[in-house]
Every structure is written in structure tokens, then in C-alpha cells.
Design a protein around this ligand. Structure first.
Ligand SMILES: Cc1cc2nc3c(=O)[nH]c(=O)nc-3n(C[C@H](O)[C@H](O)[C@H](O)COP(=O)(O)OP(=O)(O)OC[C@H]3O[C@@H](n4cnc5c(N)ncnc54)[C@H](O)[C@@H]3O)c2cc1C
Ligand code: FES
Ligand code: FES
Length: 1339
């Protein structure tokens, strides 16, 4: 057979690769060898969607093109031979014009930092093309549009605007329901709105398959030259058998790998490099799907998406198939299902104990597999297959799967149901446990009950080795008439069978889920005495197959015309470019040919002497050029990795490592892959002799006086006399303890830098930093060179959230050090795991408080001690006490005192994360108020309102920052939200719902936000060029918060004050420049929510100077002309040598730099008592932006912050092990909110509170404060749990088992309130308790 070159198309362009290592991924190729950079690397494990592309395959026989989305970070390059790839920049771009998807993403304000946006666009495109190419062609529905992005992560927007952009393409959407956008304004007719949407025409806007590839495919089979590519593509099972026989007899089995979609490497990261791959996806026998009366046969290489399609086909015998198909739609995400095969899943489960959903489903349905083992073909039941010797590399091949048809007789009923409890209901998260149950049931005429004739109960993913059947329970149930007591016994029996392995987390939770699922399956049969295969359950049970709810939203914003275009909701600067993926981030800057790549070796010990750093077997891994440690720091330099206003920290561990996650060395290699692999092969030998025990808790830190000093200006002030306040209290709650854990940034772009050495010890460093000036200083100090030798350039960040202020500095510094030492360009782009381990995140805390209050709910005094875990480095931690107290003070405590210690522990150093300290302080206040209300048995909403400040008490607690009385808008916001959210009526409905439902409980809650910010000095420069276009430099870094957009508007406004012809239309002629530390100095850092307004003020001052300078020229022109255009004016000014560049340094008035921001958030949630899942039914937020500089940008900040807050309060676990090493490593175990976990209804109002004389054009901050409002979700959950607990108490049984001491109503709900936590508080044994009560009620 003729052997071919690897040829494919990217965006219609032909690419031919002469030779490549077979482990090369498509993403590596796209990013390193094509100009198309829109596919981003964010997780590298199939879990985020940043890298996805469209894959098109041409079938010469049918002359048809098949098209679907795949991830490019796991897809191997050789597997796309003959295919066509489309990326977001291939859909449209600046040159050819943007695609309607790009335009609509921009117009719906659906792109902030932009790093996720190209992937989102591809997901939507894929859904549109699927609909169009389906047979018969269909249109996209709103629910499919929403679902299309359910596998994509976005950390900035909160998803609502993205959902709107997607739904704007749906046929069944009511256009009036789409959210705030730049296409139309409220009040326009539907027809007008439709006309204004960028038109989409599938015939024109879907890409076509390139003709040259069609011709190639028709000419040649899909076979690559094995010598050059080490890639075989057998075309039949016989051919595969021959290849395997040769390999296995030659003994090089371990070096060869069978591969289909290669998605398995997303979970099992490869350390070893295979020398050869056998792509089995082209074998027809293994790619077929056959259906007949007996069942369905599915070839092992069929993708999960195709399996679902086949199972869901309309077919009377397909009841079980359909249920399996519905469950499979929650396996992984759409792009993994499009490339991952059913066989790959089964082999991973069988050989490596992967927690598979599919094996559980197949076990319940009694499926079999066909295998080829050493040339022999054999069939095995799935249960036998799972326990047979593991298939490793090429030991055996799975050929196909067979699922039998299940039907009921005329007298029996067939029930099949599947379950899955996962952090995300609609996929993109492995389940805590899954289950599938099949039962044949019949009627017992005598008792009018239901008898179980036969059943198969399968459970998986619970921490056992593989999916299992609960045979004892099956045997117990078989032949039994179902009753409460039978089910009670079955459930208890089951709990003894579900035995997770020792290292499994949430063991008891998983057991209780198993019990809950069985209960859900059988209980309706007991209640109704009959069956219904459609399973219309009574009493609000767990509904096992939820469909994605359609999101709805409303936004109310005010556009302010006074300072146009400031105040207008203009589209974010460069939004279309971001959607197309043309916006350049650090990793998009093309590498020079001799560029090297770095990866960090970090410590896994909290405190230890480093004896040796080397590599496994003392062999330097392939491609490694240097291992850089503290010893490589130049003599004139210092081992410094960051500088903050509180001190400095080390770049590398020296002889002793002082925390797990500390950088020990930088491995520098020829490629990023080699550098990353080398780190996996690195060996660090530690010595613990004569090393004291590390400080790993805040209590230990206090005992050993390991504390960071808080400078006096950062010390918060107490208020009032606490002893007096306590004396006035008629009720007190004493010494309550609270714990708060950390949170990780999960910016989509991890820490990255690129350093280019130049002449004379001069370096250019591109850094993804929020603090370029500080980064410059650290690099200079480390290298022992003057700061003017270091040019740090930052164009934009793929998200920052505070994580790229201090934590970006060591990355840039190590990069610069390596570049300087090796005199070659060096780039570092941290992989997700290293990023998670090194960056630290939010500060964990322990809080103890005592609170005094009156019996009518008025607070009189709060006394608290707080121990903040700052980790090993000072970082910015000393600012935490003030931040915490600033938001704790949101209520009038009467008197307030505190003792706050910033503890130095041998744990990763914590840093600022959006609302650092403020979110903790605000939450602590809410938690206390909840307890007060509970102890008084009062409505907590009433207690809150009673204690919200009056202006007088506000002034007492906040002094000058309280501002003028009319600036205090919180009470107004509180009342407004009550009306707009229909709070009171819904609170009544919640009560009614709870009374009428056993297994679901609801809660509703509203919380105030008070957030203190400070304006900071900042420079700006505005320069007008000869042609009238304008360039602007500001200190602030654009990281998605819309800083550039606001600055652009401000410059247009400021220069517009010259009031000549054309000066009103300057917006489009303004370009923002990247920050460059040698061009703009004294830039400080971008943080604290006020950088946008500070930069705006700086450029406004520049514009005022320029306008003043231009006035003379304008007057001169007007002496001889009736009017003057902008262009004419500028040309004349140039001719007169007017200086058309102005730099200012804005210094806010000290007396008015501090101010308060206000908002209110309200949320209603529903808790599922069986699984512990919390669904946010609705959230409303009202926020005072002053006069918003850009309501679209501020709206995006409010929504995005709120959803990031939901992540903190409800979803995201970021914990450390006994060595202080971070446990979570990526998308598998760190779950930020996705489109299916945000509020189903999300309403946001921006209050225009008018004139604020000390603010920048009356504007206020929006970046961080709204995050605090997400506490409403947590408080509402607490309220729903309280209802569940009340109900639990009410189930009183004959045999005791009543209230446990710790099961009271004044419980603490931990943060984050993840499913296991919620379930535990609702009662891990709630199902047994209920059944026991039903069986043996205490009369
Ligand atoms: C982000 C993500 C989320 C996921 N979520 C879920 C989930 O929620 N539930 C769930 O059940 N699964 C989940 N999966 C697993 C997913 O289903 C599997 O990764 C996929 O099915 C593997 O198929 P593949 O074709 O890519 O296999 P590959 O990666 O190509 O192969 C996997 C392994 O199986 C071997 N192999 C493949 N086919 C055969 C064969 N026919 N005979 C012998 N050996 C073979 C390969 O050599 C390799 O060792 C997830 C995966 C990812 C990446
Ligand atoms: S980078 Fe590929 S899915 Fe995240
Ligand atoms: S815009 Fe989605 S991650 Fe930033």
C-alpha cells in the first residue's frame, strides 16, 4: 500500500508535515506551527473547552462531510490526516470580516478577558452546523444553544451574556428575552430588533471542506509512512492482529500504544513516551453499529456521541437504550464525547479503574464485550470483563459491545433508571457515584402491591475498583412484595455493600447516595402500588433525568448621556478580535527559533533540607539544557521572587525549602513538552534531620509566635465600647467557631512569561502580570542590573483576579534569569497543575466570635478573634485585617472589637483574590446574623434590616469613607430589591413549597453589600498623531474588566471637549497601548477595583491639557474659516509645533480617596435532600455604580463577580494535604461554576445614583464588591437545610433514633457548601430515617 504524507487543512490552508513525533497534539501544532492562535491552552486535559476546534471529515463514498467539535489539546496530530480543521480565526477575522458569531458575542458583551471566547464560539458554531447538517436540516433551539457551551469554562462573565449570544441564533427564542446588548435598546419592536442582529446565513456562514483534500482522499487511503510518523492505521481486524502479533513476539509491547480519541490522556497524564501508535479508529468492523430484535452491537471505536445517537433513535424496543443514551449525554462534555470512544472508556475502566459511567450502565443492562486476546476472539459479560486481567497497551483488543434488548411481558413491567450525582448536573464532572437499575416487576393482586420479579442493581464511580452489582440486595429483593420495611432493609443492606477504598473521600456520602438512588427507584412503586415506566414520581422525588433548564435574565441599566461617549454601553474594546482569537496574549507571541521553555520543580515538603535535585536514574531527560536554582543567581543579584509593599520573598528555595509548592528549580528544555516531562522525572532528595516541625496550622503559628507584623496604617480601628455593648445585650452567643477555606483564581490563562535577552544585559520580558512595575523591579534586583535594563511589557491578561499581581513575579523573574544566563529567549507557560500548586489563592481563616443582641434582634456588640493563614510569605497579607473589618462593619454592631492575627505558616503563600478579605468579612457578618436570628427564632431578613446602618452609625463605623448622607444608598437599594425581586411574596411561596415537599426544600435570602475602596495615584499619557488618530498609554492592565474600553470612552469625551467638527466621533480613532515599563513609569499595580476610574481620570487630565493647547490653534483657524475639522486642527497644530502628547500623574485627594460601594443580593435555592445538590432558582442583584462609565462593562463585572462568588461559597474546594501541598490539580477536581450551575433566573439592576462630587465623573467601582452578594446563595442554602433538618426531627420512630445532639437548627454551613456537605447536614441517613418512620412511626 502506498504510504502518504501527513496532510490536512487548517482554515482552508494546506498543511503538510514531513515527520512528527506521534505524541504531538493538534494544539501543539496549531500553536507552534501555524499562524492560527485562537485555540488556547488552559487545562490541557479536556476539561475547559479553550482549545476546541471543528474537525471535518470527508467520506468519498457518500460524498458527504461530517463535522463536529473536538478538543485539540488531546487529539493527536497524526489522527487528523486528511481532515480539515476550523478554528475561531478561521470562521472570520479582522482581514476577511468577522463571523456573525463573533459579532454577536461582541454585541452581547459576552467576552471579557477573551481567553475562553474562541472556544465558546467554536462550541456554538458546532451546534449551528450540527443543526444545519442534520437530516432533515433543522434549526438551533434555545435549549440546544445553551447546552452547546455546557462543556466550556469561563471565569469572567458568569455565562449569562454568553448564553444570550448563543440563544440569539435559536429559532424558538423570544428575542425580547435576550439580555442587554449593543444591537438594540429597550422598547424597540421585535422586527427592529431582529433586523439589527448581525445576520446569519447557514449557506454562507458555514465553512466548506477544501477541494484539494477531497481530491487527496479520493486518491489515497489514510495510511502514513510508518518510518517517519511511527503511526499505523490498520484497515481490518486481521491487519491489526498481524501488527500486534509482530509487536508482542518482538517484546516491544510497552513502547506501542493503541489509540482512538486519545482522550484518556486527559485523565492519565502520560509520563512515558510511546515510540509507536496504532490508530484503530479506521477498522470497519470496530466502527459499525448494528441493531436488531436481539439488541444493539457497537464497535469499540465508535465515539460516545455516535453511540448516543444510535441509542436514542426512535424505536419501540429501545426503552433501556434511550435511558442509557440520556445518561451518556452527561459523560464528559460534547467535544470529548465527539472523539472519545466507548471502547476506550471501557478499557480505561477495566485496566486502570477509571470511574466510568458507561460500565455501570452496561452492567445493569447485562451487556457483553467481544475481545481479541492473543489472536483468539472471545465474548465476555461486562461483569467478567471488568475483573479479568487488565488490558495494557497491546495485550488485548476490545472489538465490540453488545447490549441486549429488554422488553416486558404483558403481565410484567420493565423499569430501567440511571443516576448520577455530580458537582455539575449536566456533565463535565465525574460523579461522586453513579448507578443504573433494571427491574422486572409484577402486580400482587391480593395486596395490590408491586413484586420484584428480577432486578439488576449496578453502582460505579464510588471509589471501588470498578462498577459492581449489589447482588445481595438483588437477591434480597427478588420475589419480594415491596413495602416500606422491605425497602428499609434493602437500603441498609446496600450500605454494607458500597465500600469505597480507603483513600476515597466522602465515603459516607457516597453510601448515602447509593441508598438514596435505590430509594428513588423503588419508593414510588410502594407509594402508588403500580409502576410507570415514564416514572412520574409523586412527592417531588429526585428526578433522575433532568433536562437543561432554560436560563432567563433581566438587566436594568442606565446610560448616562451627560459625558458622551462616557456612560454609553459601548462594546468592549477589541471584543470581536477576542472572539475570533486574534487578540494576542503572552503565549501567542511567536517564539524565536532558538527559544527555550521552562517548567518548575517545586517542593513537596513543608520544611526540609534539600539534599539533591536530579532526575530519575541520574539520566538527564531528552531536551533538557539546564536546571536553574538559587545558585545561578548572579553575584550582584539577589534571590528574590517578588516585592510587595510589605516586603519581599524568595525566588528559589535555597538549602532549605520552607513550604510545599515552593520553587526549587527551573528546568529549561528545547520544548515545553520536554520541560514538563523532565519535571515529572525530577527527583528531589530531602533531609529532615535537625529540621524543626513545620507550622501547618494557625493555632500552631500562634503558639510559636509565627506572625506577620501589620503596619499601623493597615490596622483596622475598633468601634464603640464592647463591654458596654455586651452589658446592654439581653442575649449573647459566645465563642462560636467558624472556618473559611481558600479559593483558587482559575484564570483561564495560567501564569506565563517570555524573556528575550538583548544587548548590554538588557532584557525584554513579556509578562502576564497585573503589576509590571513591581515585576521590573524584582527582575532587576534578582539579576543585579539597573531597572532601566528591564522592559516589562504586558498587553492583556487572560484573567487575573488578583492572582497575577504578586504571583506572576517569580514566573517572570525565573524566566528572565534563565534567558540572561543562557543568552537565549526563554518562555514559561505553567501547566494547570503547577499553577494550582504554586499560586496559593485566597486566605483561609479561623474565626471565633461572641455577639450580644437584644431580644428584638438589635445587635449591641461583637467581639471576635481571627487567625488568618497567610502561608509562608508576607505577600500582601497584612492588608487583610483592614479589608476584613471594612466589610464586617456592614452592620451596625453597636460596638466592635477584634484581635486579628496574620499567621505565618509553612503552607503556600496566600495572596489577593477578588475581594480579598472583604468576602470573608462580609460572610462572617452574615453567619453571625444568621445565628442571632436562629437563636431568637426570628426571620433573619428582619434581623438584617434592623441592623443595616443608619447614616449616623455608618459614619461612626466608616468615618470619612461614609461620604455625604445622600451617597448612602444601601437602604434604598434594600427596599428597591424587595420590590423588584418580589421578595416578600416569594418568601411565602418558599414556605408553601417546603410544606408540600418532602425531598426538596427551598430557602430565600437577601444580603447587603458594603465595600470600601480607595483611589490610587496613576499616570496616563495621550498623544495625537499627525492624521488625527490617538494613542493612549495607561498604567492599568486590561484583564477583562473593560479598563481599556472605559479609558477609550474617556479620551473620546476629553478630546471631544475641543468641540470642533469630528471631535465627537473620535472613539474609533483611539488605540490603547500595552503597558511598557520603560515607556510609562510609576505604574504600580492593577487591583482594588478602582484602577479603571483612576486611569480614566489620568487620561481626562491629559485631554484637558491637550484641549487647552489646541484651543489657540483652533481660534487662529476660526479667524479665517467658519468651521474647523478635527483633522484640519491637528495638522495645523503639527505645523505649529504644538506638543500633542500629554502625560499626567493623577493624585486623588487624600480626604476623598476612600469611598464605599453598596449593593444588595437576593437568592432563592432549592436543595435536593437525597443528593445534597443545590440549585439556584433565582438571584437578583442591585448595585450602585454611581454614574456608570460604561453600564455594559459594569454589568459584566457585577455578573462575573457574583458567579465567582458562587464558586467560592458553593463549589470550589482548594485544600492542602498534611504537608501543606495543594490537593486539587485541575479541572478534574476543581469545579468552577458552569452554565448549568449559575442561577436559572438572574436579574441585575444597576442603580444610577447621580452626582458624586469626589468621584471620577460620578462613577463608582464594580469589579469586586458584587462578589459579596453571592453570600445570599449560601444563606438561602442554609435556610433550605434548616427546613430539611426540621423535617428530619419530625420523623419520630418507635425505636428511638430521634434527634442527635449535634443535629440542631443553629448549625454552621461550611464554605464551600458542596454537595456532600449539604447532604450531611440534611442527614446522611435521611432515607433510612424516613423509611423507618414510615415503618415504625411513634404514634
Ligand atoms: C474531560 C473528560 C471528562 C470525562 N468524563 C467522563 C465521565 O463523566 N464519565 C465517564 O464514564 N467517562 C468520562 N471520561 C472518559 C472518556 O469517556 C474516555 O476518555 C474516552 O471514552 C476514551 O476513549 P478514547 O477513544 O479517547 O480512548 P483512548 O484515549 O484513545 O484510549 C484509552 C485507553 O484505552 C486503550 N484502548 C482504546 N481502545 C481500545 C480497544 N478497542 N482495545 C484495547 N485497548 C483500547 C488505549 O490504548 C488507551 O490505553 C472523560 C474523559 C475526559 C477527558
Ligand atoms: S485546554 Fe483543551 S480542553 Fe482545556
Ligand atoms: S471571558 Fe471567559 S474566561 Fe475571560
Amino acid at each position: 500500500m502506498a504510504c502518504e504524507d501527513l496532510v490536512f487543512a487548517v482554515n482552508g490552508e494546506r498543511f503538510e508535515v514531513f515527520s512528527v513525533h506521534p505524541s504531538t497534539t493538534l494544539l501543539e501544532f496549531l500553536r507552534s506551527s501555524t499562524p492560527f492562535k485562537s485555540s488556547k491552552l488552559s487545562c490541557g486535559e479536556g476539561g475547559c473547552g479553550a482549545c476546541i476546534v471543528i474537525l471535518s471529515k470527508y467520506d468519498p463514498v457518500s460524498d458527504k462531510v461530517e463535522e463536529y467539535s473536538i478538543n485539540s489539546c488531546l487529539t493527536l496530530l497524526c489522527s487528523i490526516n486528511g481532515c480539515s480543521i476550523t478554528t475561531s480565526d478561521g470562521l472570520g477575522n479582522t482581514e476577511r470580516g468577522f463571523h456573525p458569531i463573533h459579532k454577536r458575542f461582541a454585541g452581547f458583551h459576552a467576552s471579557q478577558c477573551g481567553f475562553c471566547t474562541p472556544g465558546m464560539c467554536i462550541s456554538l458554531y458546532s451546534a449551528l452546523s450540527n443543526a444545519h447538517n442534520s437530516n432533515p436540516p433543522d434549526y438551533l433551539t434555545a435549549s440546544a444553544a445553551e447546552k452547546s457551551i455546557s462543556g466550556n469554562l469561563c471565569r469572567c462573565t458568569g455565562y449569562r451574556p454568553i448564553a444570550d449570544a448563543c440563544k440569539s441564533f435559536a429559532v424558538d427564542v423570544d428575542i425580547e428575552d435576550l439580555g442587554f446588548n449593543s444591537f438594540w435598546r429597550k422598547g424597540e419592536s421585535r422586527e427592529e430588533m431582529l433586523k439589527k442582529l448581525p445576520p446569519y446565513n447557514p449557506e454562507k456562514d458555514l465553512v466548506s471542506f477544501p477541494d484539494f483534500l477531497k481530491a487527496k482522499i479520493k486518491r489515497q487511503p489514510n495510511v502514513l509512512d510508518q518510518v517517519r510518523y511511527h503511526w499505523s492505521t490498520p484497515a481490518s481486524v486481521e491487519e491489526l492482529q498481524e501488527i500486534l502479533a509482530t509487536i508482542n513476539s518482538g517484546g516491544d509491547r510497552g513502547l506501542v500504544k493503541l489509540v482512538v480519541g486519545n482522550t484518556g490522556t486527559g485523565y492519565y497524564k502520560e509520563v512515558k513516551q510511546y515510540g509507536r501508535y496504532i490508530d484503530i479508529s479506521h477498522i470497519p468492523e470496530m466502527s459499525m453499529i448494528k441493531k436488531d430484535d436481539r439488541g444493539i452491537e457497537i464497535g469499540a471505536v465508535v465515539t460516545i456521541s455516535k453511540v448516543i445517537e444510535a441509542l436514542m433513535e426512535e424505536d419501540t424496543s429501545g426503552y433501556v437504550f434511550k435511558k442509557i443514551g440520556i445518561h451518556m449525554e452527561k459523560v464528559a462534555n460534547h467535544f470529548i464525547r465527539n472523539s472519545g470512544s466507548i471502547g476506550g472508556n471501557l478499557v480505561m475502566a477495566q485496566s486502570k479503574n477509571f470511574p466510568s459511567d458507561i460500565t455501570t450502565l452496561l452492567l445493569a443492562a447485562d451487556a457483553s464485550v467481544h475481545m481479541m486476546n492473543a489472536g483468539r476472539h472471545e465474548r465476555r459479560r461486562i461483569g467478567e470483563f471488568l475483573v479479568s486481567p487488565p488490558i495494557i497497551d497491546t495485550t488485548a483488543v476490545l472489538l465490540k459491545v453488545q447490549i441486549p434488548t429488554w422488553t416486558a411481558s404483558s403481565t410484567t413491567g420493565l423499569l430501567f433508571e440511571t443516576y448520577r450525582a455530580a458537582p455539575r448536573p449536566f456533565g463535565s464532572a465525574l460523579p461522586y457515584i453513579n448507578a443504573a437499575f433494571l427491574a422486572v416487576v409484577s402486580h400482587d393482586a391480593l395486596s395490590r402491591g408491586v413484586v420484584v420479579d428480577k432486578c439488576r442493581l449496578a453502582f460505579g464511580s464510588f471509589g471501588g475498583y470498578h462498577s459492581i452489582r449489589a447482588r445481595e440486595v438483588e437477591d434480597f429483593l427478588t420475589g419480594k412484595l415491596l413495602s416500606h420495611s422491605v425497602l428499609f432493609d434493602a437500603v441498609r443492606l446496600l450500605k454494607g455493600i458500597i465500600v469505597p477504598s480507603i483513600d476515597t473521600s466522602y465515603t459516607e456520602y457516597k453510601k448515602s447516595l447509593a441508598a438514596g438512588f435505590l430509594f428513588d427507584f423503588l419508593y414510588p412503586l410502594i407509594e402508588s402500588g403500580c409502576w410507570d415506566s415514564e416514572r412520574k414520581h409523586v412527592d417531588g422525588h429526585v428526578v433522575p433525568t433532568l433536562s437543561l433548564p432554560s436560563l432567563s435574565s433581566a438587566q436594568q441599566v442606565f446610560e448616562n448621556k451627560e459625558f458622551q461617549p462616557v456612560g454609553e454601553a459601548i462594546i468592549k474594546y477589541g471584543a470581536e478580535m477576542q472572539a475570533a482569537g486574534e487578540a494576542v496574549y503572552v503565549d501567542d507571541i511567536p517564539s524565536l527559533p532558538n527559544c527555550l521553555h521552562g517548567a518548575f520543580i517545586y517542593s513537596t515538603k513543608a520544611l526540609a533540607r534539600i539534599k539533591r535535585v536530579g532526575f530519575r536514574g541520574n539520566v538527564t531527560p531528552v531536551g533538557v539544557l539546564a536546571v536553574i536554582t538559587f545558585k545561578d543567581i548572579p553575584q550582584a543579584g539577589q534571590n528574590v521572587g517578588y516585592i510587595s509593599m510589605f516586603g519581599t520573598g524568595l525566588l528559589f528555595a535555597d538549602e532549605v525549602t520552607i513550604c510545599a509548592g515552593q520553587i526549587i528549580a527551573l528546568v529549561v528544555a528545547d520544548t515545553q513538552k520536554h520541560a514538563d516531562l523532565a519535571v515529572k522525572l525530577a527527583v528531589v532528595e530531602y533531609d529532615l534531620k535537625n529540621i524543626e516541625t513545620p507550622v501547618l496550622s494557625v493555632e500552631e503559628a500562634v503558639n510559636r509566635s509565627s506572625l506577620f507584623e501589620v503596619p499601623s496604617q493597615y490596622k483596622p480601628e475598633p468601634a464603640g465600647d464592647v463591654s458596654k455593648g455586651m452589658a446592654e445585650a439581653d442575649r449573647k452567643i459566645r465563642s462560636v467557631e467558624l472556618t473559611l477555606e481558600s479559593q483558587y483564581f482559575f484564570y483561564m490563562e495560567t501564569q506565563t512569561a517570555l524573556a528575550l535577552p538583548d544587548e548590554d544585559k538588557y532584557l525584554v520580558v513579556y509578562s502576564s502580570t497585573q503589576a509590571s512595575e513591581y515585576t521590573q523591579a524584582v527582575i532587576a534586583t534578582c539579576l543585579g542590573i539597573p531597572e532601566n535594563n528591564v522592559r516589562v511589557i504586558t498587553r492583556r491578561l487572560g484573567g487575573g483576579f488578583g492572582g497575577k499581581a504578586i504571583k506572576s513575579m517569580p514566573v517572570a523573574t525565573a524566566c528572565a534569569l534563565a534567558a540572561q544566563k543562557l543568552q537565549r529567549p526563554v518562555r514559561i507557560y505553567l501547566n494547570r497543575k503547577t499553577d494550582m500548586i504554586m499560586v496559593g489563592g485566597r486566605h483561609p481563616m479561623k474565626i471565633t466570635y461572641s455577639v450580644g443582641f437584644t431580644s428584638d434582634g438589635k445587635l449591641t456588640a461583637l467581639e471576635t478573634t481571627m487567625l488568618i493563614d497567610a502561608g509562608i510569605d508576607v505577600d500582601v497579607s497584612p492588608m487583610l485585617p483592614k479589608n476584613i473589618v471594612n466589610s464586617l462593619k456592614k452592620y451596625d454592631w453597636g460596638a466592635l472589637s477584634f484581635d486579628i492575627k496574620v499567621c505565618k505558616t509553612n503552607r503556600p503563600s496566600r495572596t489577593s483574590l477578588r475581594a480579598p478579605g472583604e468576602v470573608q468579612g462580609s460572610y462572617i457578618a452574615e453567619s453571625i446574623v444568621e445565628n442571632v436570628a436562629c437563636s431568637l427564632n426570628m426571620d433573619v431578613d428582619v434581623v438584617r434590616r434592623i441592623n443595616v446602618h443608619t447614616y449616623e452609625s455608618l459614619s461612626k463605623f466608616y468615618t470619612e469613607a461614609a461620604g455625604e448622607p445622600d451617597e448612602y444608598t444601601l437602604p434604598l437599594l434594600w427596599d428597591k430589591l424587595e420590590i423588584s425581586s418580589d421578595f416578600k411574596r416569594r418568601a411565602v411561596s418558599v414556605k408553601e413549597f417546603n410544606a408540600g415537599n418532602v425531598w426538596r426544600k427551598r430557602g430565600i435570602s437577601r444580603v447587603p453589600i458594603v465595600y470600601h475602596v480607595k483611589n490610587r495615584p496613576t499616570p496616563g499619557r495621550v498623544s495625537i498623531l499627525w492624521d488625527g488618530s490617538v494613542v493612549v498609554e495607561v498604567a492599568g492592565i486590561e484583564m477583562g474588566q473593560g479598563l481599556w474600553t472605559k479609558v477609550q470612552q474617556m479620551v473620546a469625551y476629553g478630546l471631544g471637549m475641543i468641540k470642533c467638527e469630528g471631535s465627537q466621533d473620535l472613539l474609533e480613532r483611539i488605540r490603547l497601548l500595552q503597558t511598557d515599563t520603560l515607556s510609562m513609569t510609576q505604574t504600580s499595580y492593577t487591583a482594588g477595583s478602582t484602577t479603571s476610574e483612576n486611569c480614566c481620570e489620568a487620561v481626562r487630565l491629559c485631554c484637558a491639557i491637550l484641549v487647552e493647547r489646541l484651543k489657540a490653534t483652533m481660534n487662529e483657524i476660526l479667524e479665517n474659516a467658519r468651521s474647523v475639522t478635527w483633522d484640519m486642527l491637528i495638522q495645523q497644530a503639527y505645523a505649529q509645533s504644538v506638543d500633542l502628547s500629554a502625560r499626567t500623574f493623577y493624585k486623588p485627594e487624600t480626604s476623598s480617596a476612600d469611598y464605599l460601594n453598596y449593593g444588595v443580593g437576593a437568592s432563592e435555592v432549592e436543595v435536593d435532600i437525597v443528593t445534597g445538590r443545590t440549585e439556584i432558582i433565582r438571584s437578583d442583584i442591585i448595585y450602585d455604580c454611581g454614574r456608570s462609565l460604561n453600564p455594559a462593562v459594569d454589568l459584566g463585572q457585577i455578573e462575573g463577580a457574583f458567579v465567582q462568588g458562587i464558586g467560592f461559597f458553593m463549589n470550589e474546594e482548594y485544600t492542602t494535604d498534611e504537608n501543606g501541598l495543594v490537593i486539587q490539580e485541575g479541572t478534574w477536581d476543581y469545579k468552577i461554576p458552569t452554565i448549568d450551575t449559575i442561577p436559572k433566573q438572574f436579574n441585575v439592576q444597576i442603580l444610577n445614583s447621580g452626582h458624586h462630587k469626589n468621584r471620577v465623573l460620578s462613577s463608582k467601582a464594580s469589579g469586586e464588591p458584587p462578589l459579596l452578594g453571592a453570600a445570599s446563595v449560601h444563606c438561602a442554602t442554609r435556610s433550605a437545610i434548616r427546613e430539611a433538618r426540621k423535617q428530619y426531627f419530625s420523623w419520630k420512630c418507635v425505636n428511638g433514633g430521634d434527634r442527635r445532639d449535634d443535629f440542631d437548627l443553629g448549625f454552621e454551613l461550611p464554605v464551600p457548601a458542596i454537595m456532600p456537605v449539604v447532604k450531611q447536614l440534611c442527614g446522611l441517613d435521611s432515607v433510612e430515617k424516613y423509611l423507618e418512620w414510615k415503618t415504625y412511626p411513634l404514634k
